[in-house]
Design a protein around this ligand. Structure first.
Ligand code: SAH
Length: 236
């Protein structure tokens, strides 16, 4: 394999045709084609052991829905491990996980890549999460019908941080969360639109004043919209 040194995402899914999906377009897609990162999908159904290809079963203890079997999920993780960087974390996108934050995306992007186990139905047998040291990560406090969209969100957040993918390090340094604040508002031509003008200060050419204005805007926005981030920012 030629993965050496390239950030690599391995997706374990029942729907490999969902990939690369949006990750094949725009900056992430360009980076993928240029070999700045690599993507591999593994079909969990290939590890089914019966002739119907079943991967799930009814929950022990009763209740609604179906649960992905531990033996089958584990077989797919073990297969992924063979061709993945040895220290790539196994991540299970799950509403029960800790939140995906910009800091977490940085940590994952700085590593060798990730193996992502995409759940469906009610989720995955708990034993495989423990036995394979799987980390659960949530993309938000709502429930999706499968882990694939969450995996794509996580990969997109990581891949755009890789060297040479976004192509402009200052835009990464200034964006939301980089400084603990939400980003200031942006404007571009036309100078006046539907009676609304671009704030004069942005056209003044005074870089120091512009930076001050942007910071004040970022602070005001954060304070109004995200009191949780504002409190953290004030403390640090
Ligand atoms: N019964 C589970 C939800 C299962 S949703 C519960 O209540 O916690 C089916 C799959 O979608 C999950 O296995 C997970 O992989 C994915 N998923 C759903 N919501 C998610 C979220 N907010 N973040 C990350 N993955 C999610």
């Amino acid at each position: 394999m030629t993965w050496q040194g390239i950030w690599q995402a391995t997706i374990l899914t029942l729907f490999p045709e969902m990939f690369p999906g949006p990750l094949g377009l725009s900056l992430a897609g360009k980076g993928l084609r240029e070999g700045k990162w690599a993507l591999r999908t593994i079909d969990i159904r290939d590890f089914a052991t019966d002739k119907h290809g079943s991967v799930d079963d009814t929950p022990a203890g009763g209740g609604a829905g179906m649960v992905m079997r531990a033996d089958i999920a584990a077989a797919s993780i073990d297969a992924a491990r063979k061709d993945a960087p040895h220290d790539a974390p196994v991540i299970y996108p799950s509403p029960r996980g800790g939140p995906l934050t910009q800091a977490e995306a940085h940590r994952i992007a700085e590593g060798p890549g990730a193996i992502l186990l995409c759940g469906r139905f009610e989720g995955v047998d708990q034993r495989v999460l423990e036995a394979r040291n799987v980390k659960e990560i949530s993309i938000g406090d709502y429930v999706l019908s499968g882990g694939e969209l969450a995996a794509q969100v996580l990969i997109d957040a990581c891949v755009r941080l890789l060297p040479g993918v976004t192509g402009n390090d200052t835009s990464l340094a200034e964006e939301s969360f980089a400084s603990g604040l939400l980003e200031y508002p942006h404007y571009t031509r036309p100078r006046e639109w539907e009676g609304r003008a671009i704030p004069d200060i942005l056209l003044s050419g005074d870089h120091e004043k512009i930076a001050g204005w942007r910071r004040a805007q970022a602070e005001a926005l954060t304070k109004a919209r995200r009191p949780d981030l504002w409190a953290k920012y004030r403390k640090s």
